[in-house]
Write a protein that binds this ligand. Structure first.
Ligand code: G16
Length: 543
């Protein structure tokens, strides 16, 4: 087998976004595109000779082809061993778990998360570092810088490796070990949660429905929920991972997980519903005809953490992304523990977890996790909820209402305007930046502006600074509007408006979030001039 050095030209668009490089499949299929980015990773991470890598993805279209390329490039770049999930499958949290458990140098995860797949869909690649978490900005910036200068890459000339049976094979002197993608992860879950109590809950007739959305969590959910916890067969739906996710959009929210939503809001609904996304790191939690916002979910997990064996000694602290509601802050205050506010992106939680400053982290974008791995973790959140439900023996809805009665409710919603012309979306953000001075102190209907700024963050562990992380308009009563451009889309621009108001009065708590936020929604549209600037009348997705 010979190592070939292939001359190449840089691509200018290989800047990783919120979570790795995400592009349409045809972009990745261009000659040298994937190879350039992989070589840029290898050139930037200073891996020692014979280091071990983890490799796997969410099974989407182009996963298998990309894995073969990356294996041959890893062999040509001096790696000693690669642990690859059988069939090329590893969920994002499972990859993080494997990196940590086997103490590998890092890992490459192939996924465009919740974005659709298929020949015309999205593909993605990201590098995770030794702690199992997404590469921090200094690493992704180095990879991007390298991608703009690259002139050659190295690849082994060899036949493809079989990914479909467990075992070790040799690839030009590098060991390729095909591992079961579920075992290490399932073992970790069993070590954190009271499986016996959850088994009793399910044996007692508590019915669950988990929608894997034809994405990567199918095999994980079947093993853990149906085999280990004895949930009846069929409790996991859409369990076969498919390269195009069954033509679906594997994003666990009320719009895209409508098949599950119809079930839990329908007749004879199960007691608990949940869904996960393309790569298994996101989660949506539902009760019977009841939606738990991700922000509330984080707060409720934190408030009930000591009911769960893995967290019985309490939490060191909580972290949430800036646009996530302050519901978790109220719990942290009551528990007397710190709560950190970070920019959007799981990579910002890694330092806080490594330094032992936080145990639980969460984001409004359907992400929740803890220091058990360094990624958000969809099935972990589902098991956490099931453990709480088993311990409290109440419905999801009752637990949420009790929580609101105790802490007050941060009424919350996010309105997404997807696929906007990039110029128009940038124009909205520029207009908002230009309005700061004018908005300051202004009264808008029942609201008075207390502050407006563009969020920036100083990492308390390494002092790194991240600016331009979202426009915040704060009002004197604690309400808030946040505007941000998504960093994960691949077509045009997605503008997100995050709306939050606080309602302490328990008597008003059954209120509908959209109705309660209607005045703030109107203010957001007015001050951003979104409708006139983009020509869009309605958001594409409301969560
Ligand atoms: C990624 C990041 C998350 C982030 C989310 C949304 O999630 O890991 O931290 O909250 O994107 O980002 P944006 O608002 O920029 O689209 P995932 O599940 O796509 O990997």
């Amino acid at each position: 087998m010979t190592i070939r050095t292939i001359p190449t030209q840089p691509f200018t668009d290989q800047k990783p976004g919120t979570s790795g490089l995400r592009k349409r499949v045809p972009v990745f299929q261009q000659a040298h595109y994937l190879e350039n980015f992989v070589q840029s990773i290898f050139d930037s991470i200073s891996a020692p000779a014979n280091a071990t890598l983890v490799l796997g993805g969410d099974g989407r279209y182009y996963n298998r082809e990309a894995i073969q390329v990356i294996l041959k490039m890893a062999a040509a770049n001096g790696f000693g061993r690669v642990l690859v999930g059988k069939g090329g499958i590893l969920s994002t949290p499972a990859a993080s778990c494997v990196i940590r458990k086997h103490k590998t140098y890092g890992g490459i995860i192939l996924s465009a998360s919740h974005n659709p797949g298929g020949p015309e869909g999205d593909f993605g690649i990201k590098y995770n570092v030794t702690n199992g978490g997404p590469a921090p900005e200094k690493v992704t910036e180095a990879i991007f810088a390298r991608s703009k200068q690259i002139s050659e890459y190295r690849i082994l000339e060899a036949a493809d490796i079989s990914l479909d049976s467990l075992g070790v094979s040799d690839l030009g002197g590098m060991q390729v070990e095909v591992i079961d993608p579920v075992t290490d992860y399932a073992d970790l879950m069993a070590s954190l949660f009271d499986f016996a109590a959850i088994r009793d809950l399910l044996a007692g007739g508590f019915r669950i429905k988990f929608d894997a959305m034809h994405a990567v969590t199918g095999p994980y959910a079947r093993e853990i929920l149906e085999r280990q916890l004895n949930a009846p067969a069929g409790s996991v739906m859409n369990a076969e991972p498919l390269p195009d996710f069954g033509n679906g959009h594997p994003d666990p929210n009320l719009t895209y997980a409508h098949e599950l939503v119809d079930i839990v809001y329908g007749e004879n609904a199960p007691d608990f519903g949940a869904a996960s996304d393309g790569d298994g790191d996101r989660n949506m939690i539902l009760g019977k005809g009841f939606f738990v916002t991700p922000s509330d979910s984080l707060a409720i997990l934190a408030a009930n953490a000591t009911l769960v064996p893995g967290y019985k000694n309490g939490l060191a602290g909580i972290a949430r992304s800036m646009p996530t509601s302050a519901a978790a802050d109220r719990v942290a205050q009551a528990l007397g523990i710190p709560c950190y506010e970070t920019p959007t992106g799981w990579k910002f939680f890694g330092n806080l977890m490594d330094a032992g400053k936080v145990t639980l982290c969460g984001e409004e974008s359907f992400g929740t996790g803890s220091d058990h791995v360094r990624e958000k973790d969809g099935l972990w959140a589902v098991l956490f909820w099931l453990n709480i439900l088993a311990a409290r023996k109440q419905s999801v809805e009752a637990i949420v209402y009790e929580h609101w009665a105790k802490y007050g409710r941060n009424v919350y919603s996010r309105h997404d305007y997807e696929g906007l012309p990039t110029d128009a979306a940038n124009g909205v953000m520029k207009h908002l930046h230009g309005s700061f001075a004018n908005l300051q102190g202004q009264t808008l209907g029942n609201y008075k502006v207390l502050f407006c700024d563009d969020f920036s963050y100083i990492d308390p562990v390494d002092g790194s600074i991240s600016t331009g992380q979202g426009v915040r308009i704060g009002f004197t009563d604690g309400s808030r509007i946040v505007f941000r451009l998504s960093g994960t889309g691949t077509e045009g621009a997605t503008l997100r408006i995050y709306l939050e108001a606080f309602e302490p009065d328990v008597a008003k708590h059954p209120l509908d979030a959209q109705a309660a936020l209607s005045e703030l929604i109107g203010i957001a549209l007015q001050i951003s001039e979104l409708r006139t600037r983009t020509g869009r009348e309605q958001p594409t997705v409301i969560t």
